[in-house]
Ligand binder design. Structure first.
Ligand code: SF4
Length: 210
């Protein structure tokens, strides 16, 4: 099977398993997604959703995040790891969005990467989930592991993995591929426990015997 045929097969089978191809983070606006994505670094989506419920009730607008004393925002985020730096990134982003982007989260990779605390993975998540734009493929720890096991990349660097996946996947499927690999990585192709026998990709996976 050629690589692009294999990717098409993987997408079809995983879409049959996981009906939703969106982020598990709760949000109502692009800025809330930016906040949730910044908070999600090395934190579970479940915990982020727990914290963001109160946070989004208290802070309604981008200006609310920009104007609040930093210490107050840090206190509101204190149950999240790296909360001091995450609060700084959120407030810095809010100020830049107000000052440079007319209070709206920008819709280009280049502009998003200027925001504090935003690297390619976060920007890809925002572009796809908030605006439906396929600009790249968000590579997190699950995408990295599952793509490697499936033989879709030989690289370990997220930027190189993203490039490999973009080359073999139709652009309109970039966002979906990322989410499907994440779901599959969480449920079946886990880091410590690989449920090969329950896996719908078993017959086409080169790592089924690891
Ligand atoms: S067969 Fe095993 S290693 Fe391959 S994708 Fe499925 S769970 Fe992961």
């Amino acid at each position: 099977m050629k690589t692009h045929e294999k990717v098409a097969e993987i997408l079809e089978r995983l879409k049959g398993e996981y009906s939703d191809v969106g982020t598990a983070l709760n949000f109502k606006t692009p800025f809330e997604l930016l906040v949730a994505t910044i908070l999600s670094a090395q934190t579970t989506d479940v915990h982020v959703n727990k914290v963001s419920k109160d946070l989004f009730s208290k802070y309604k607008t981008v200006k609310d995040y920009a104007d609040v004393p930093l210490e107050t925002l840090q206190k509101d985020l204190s149950s999240i790891n790296f909360y001091r730096n995450k609060a700084k990134s959120i407030q810095g982003s809010a100020k830049m969005i107000i000052g440079r982007f007319g209070s709206s989260v920008p819709r280009t990779m280049e502009e998003l990467l200027d925001l504090p605390g935003v690297a390619r993975k976060t920007a890809n998540i925002i572009l796809f989930n908030a605006f439906g734009i396929n600009e790249g493929i968000a590579v997190d720890t699950h995408v990295k592991r599952v793509a490697f096991r499936l033989g879709l990349t030989k690289n370990e660097d997220p930027l190189k993995i993203e490039k490999d996946l973009m080359e073999i996947t139709p652009r309109e499927e970039w966002g979906a591929l990322s989410h499907l690999l994440i779901f599959h990585g969480r449920k079946i192709c886990q880091a410590k426990k690989t449920r090969h026998k329950e896996c719908v990709l078993y017959d086409i996976c080169p790592s089924k015997n690891i």
